[in-house]
Design a protein around this ligand. Structure first.
Ligand SMILES: C[S@@+](CC[C@H](N)C(=O)[O-])C[C@H]1O[C@@H](n2cnc3c(N)ncnc32)[C@H](O)[C@@H]1O
Length: 320
């Protein structure tokens, strides 16, 4: 098994930490080796970790953000040129200003892809409006280059690029992308992992964010048009999201997830499954709970989880 050394992009809300959980879902649902699709890929940490460890055979990555797309495009298709830029560009405040200008105005894929990487790794928290690590005066303990280990970044990009034949890249609005996926009529093993912009903090974290109606449209498409493909959906814990999905009778569980974007903290998120996925197959409760490290507060409430599991088994049996 190859493991990915590091992820080139730092990403607020990155889902790589769900790797063991999703691996378990793949295994229990006979989906190892499947096609894996992310309509909101961002830093693509989970998708790449699954691909590089051979848990899935092919990944489809989509993001509407043209700059994120430019980075992934260069990593996969202009690998040598991108690595050369990483190698020879000084990581200084002057360069930070220059790359910020390129990021704002360039149309050139290589320049844009590199500027995205440069700013992502030199900005506070990887958030592009965060300002340079260490401030413009550089008088803090952490300097602008402290997250820019050139050898490691180049190593990670080359490692990912060696899987380029198994990666399909798109730069579409997620709903257009999902329509395209539907039209492909996949019949063999497929899993969709859907991680839309947060309901509550999306505006602050991402260049592209959703309003309430957009979240509703996604729910409708997933629950109706894509009900025949297994999918997992993650969200921040917002009442509005629980309400939207309650209309479709899609079960969810809650989990605590650790974020390092701003400072280390835990937040509760919602994980929804459609009825083609059974997250915990075990017939006896103990097996279910043994596998639940991530879901600490659900673990405290065995009854709630047992109910969810029971319901999932029933819906899955009905659809077979
Ligand atoms: C929660 S982040 C995804 C993080 C990703 N799962 C990871 O682990 O790095 C949401 C992503 O959705 C993208 N996005 C926002 N609106 C979109 C849209 N309408 N269509 C496609 N992508 C969109 C943002 O650019 C952002 O990268």
């Amino acid at each position: 098994m190859t493991d990915i050394q590091m992820l080139p992009l730092r990403f607020p809300g990155g889902k790589r930490q769900l790797y063991s959980f999703v691996y378990q879902v793949l295994e229990e649902n006979n989906l190892i080796g499947c096609r894996y699709i992310e309509p909101y890929c961002g830093g693509a940490g989970l998708a790449l970790t699954l691909l590089l460890s051979n848990c899935v055979n092919q990944i489809f990555l989509n993001d509407i953000d043209h700059k994120i797309y430019a980075f992934w495009y260069c990593a996969l298709n202009m690998t040598d040129q991108l690595c050369e830029l990483i190698e020879k560009t000084p990581v200084t405040i002057e360069e930070y200003r220059r790359q910020s200008e390129i990021y704002r105005s360039s149309k050139d894929m290589l320049q844009l892809g590199f500027a995205t990487l440069f700013l992502n790794r030199t900005n506070r928290s990887g958030i592009l409006i965060g300002g340079p690590i260490g401030g413009y005066e550089q008088n803090s303990k952490y300097k602008i280059d402290c997250r820019f280990n050139k050898n490691k970044i180049i190593g990670a990009i080359r490692q990912i690029a060696s899987f380029r034949n198994s990666i399909k890249l798109y730069n579409l609005d997620a709903l257009d992308f999902l329509r395209r996926i539907k039209a492909m009529q996949f019949k063999t093993k497929t899993l969709l992992f859907i991680d839309p912009p947060y309901y509550k903090k999306g505006r602050r974290l991402y260049t592209n964010f959703y309003i309430h109606e957009d979240h509703c449209k996604v729910a409708d498409f997933l629950a109706n048009d894509l009900r025949y493909l297994p999918w997992i959906l993650t969200y921040d814990d917002a009442d509005e999201i629980r309400e939207i999905y309650s209309n479709y009778d899609v079960p969810y569980i809650m989990k605590r997830i650790k974020y390092s974007a701003a400072r280390k903290r835990y937040e509760t998120e919602l994980l929804f499954f459609n009825n083609l996925i059974i997250p915990f197959q075990g017939k006896d409760g103990d097996k279910i709970f043994d596998n639940l490290e991530l879901f600490s507060e659900v673990k405290e409430n065995r009854q709630e989880l047992a109910k969810i599991h029971h319901k999932l088994c029933q819906t899955a049996q009905r659809s077979h």
